[in-house]
Write a protein that binds this ligand. Structure first.
Ligand SMILES: Cc1ncc(COP(=O)(O)O)c(C=O)c1O
Length: 387
């Protein structure tokens, strides 16, 4: 039989995260710090709105761009938080999470052979989204010494005549790094100088701890050339509802909408109705969850540092990214042994790009008692191998 799988699939490896989940799923008593998803269930009022929509018979497609009320609320939300204006009729598209928004944005704006700069370590779906669009991801490594922020000299060095865009994901998965306004302005100047498009994945915008989140499109000169990607999954604990959004100038938005129309039709209706409730009455729940994440974050960072695994202080998202370089083994071996011997699942940093090697990602979107137990087990493991 002919080989029916397309050649492009050979350029996209399976996610390095999944392999560990699969192993963990076969074991008992595993404490998972692996999955990047809130442990909270969706707040009651939001769940109730989704359920009511189904009971009322709202079970059909919505308009391709999404329920207008949701787009209007999103426009007001971004205006209130960041003073960034998007027209709900022409500049906002409701998507199946940031996952779809990201892929649609790449498909709508990249030509074969284009290059997209991606600061790494980064979310596992970025490079594949670029490759599926026929373009080439160009990784720019970031390091703990620079608090995992891209160095301007490294960004400059990555520019070629084929560079078309930069993909920014801050607050960052997996490092928890947040871009300061000052650095964001420097990146904006770089973007302008090289006439680039920006994809800004701001799915963790609400999960910041004592620092501001800078909405990239709000920086001078950036609105026209930025595709803002956002969603409900993280801040409102709504991963399973599959709703997100994409905001861009009318030309890019129309191109994205055309792809979305043929690929998806419309985002899940119940999810969109739940999203409306989230934006109307979800703020208290967001604040309460962020406060809880912050307690866990502080606990986990100190616990890693106390056991001698140097841990950069993440200012956003819900991940820690400690170094395991002092352990005398690579991160793959560390994660596999930790899982088998102590039943704690964390993710090897190399899954997020070469510059993630020597680190592990531990997610604190799990309860404090679970985290305490996990840290005890990791401490025992570290002591055992350090001798
Ligand atoms: C940085 C980042 N972007 C996007 C996503 C996907 O989000 P969604 O559930 O909206 O598709 C994730 C999920 O882990 C993520 O970490």
């Amino acid at each position: 039989m002919k080989q029916f799988v397309a050649e492009r699939m050979a350029t996209v490896p399976p996610s390095g995260i999944r392999r560990f989940f699969d192993i963990a799923a076969t074991m008992k008593d595993v404490i998972s710090l692996g999955v990047g998803e809130p442990d909270f269930t969706t707040p009651d009022n939001i769940r109730a709105a989704g359920i009511a929509s189904i009971e009322q018979g709202l079970t059909r497609y919505t308009s391709n761009a999404g329920i207008l009320e949701l787009r209007e609320l999103l426009a007001a939300h971004l205006q209130n938080l960041y003073a960034v204006k998007y027209d709900p009729l022409k500049e906002i598209l409701v998507t199946v999470g940031v996952s779809e928004a990201l892929q649609v944005a790449c498909l709508a704006t990249l030509n074969p052979g284009d290059e997209v700069i991606i600061p790494e370590p980064s979310f596992v779906a970025y490079a594949p989204a670029v490759i599926f669009a026929g373009a080439t991801p160009v990784a720019v490594p970031t390091y703990v010494e620079q608090e995992f922020a891209p160095a301007m000299a490294d960004l400059e060095a990555a520019i070629t005549p084929r560079t078309r865009a930069i993909l920014l994901g801050y607050p960052n998965n997996p490092t928890g790094a947040v871009l300061t306004r000052e650095l964001s302005l420097q990146i904006a100047a770089f973007v302008e100088k090289h006439d680039l498009l920006v994809y800004s994945d701001e799915i963790y915008d609400r999960l910041v701890y004592g620092v501001e989140h800078v909405c990239f499109a709000g920086l001078p000169g950036m609105w026209e050339r930025t595709v803002t990607l956002g969603g409900f999954s993280k801040a409102y604990a709504m991963t399973g509802w599959r709703v997100g959004y994409l905001c861009a100038n009318p030309e890019i938005n129309a191109a994205c909408t055309r792809i979305h129309q043929y690929l998806i039709m419309s985002a899940p209706t119940a999810g969109q109705v739940a999203g409306i409730e989230a934006l109307k009455n979800g703020e208290a729940a967001v604040k309460a969850m962020v406060a809880e994440y912050n307690l866990r974050r502080k606990y986990m960072v100190s616990a890693f540092n106390e056991m001698g695994l140097d841990c950069f202080e993440p200012k956003g998202a819900f991940y820690t990214f400690p170094s395991i370089k002092s352990m005398g083994m690579d991160e793959e071996e560390f994660c596999e042994k930790l899982l088998v011997e102590e039943h704690v699942a964390v993710v090897p940093g190399g899954a997020f790009g070469v510059s993630g090697r020597g680190h592990i990602r531990a997610c604190y979107a799990t309860s404090l008692p679970q985290i305490e137990q996990a840290m005890e087990r990791i401490d025992r493991f570290v002591n055992k191998y350090r001798g």
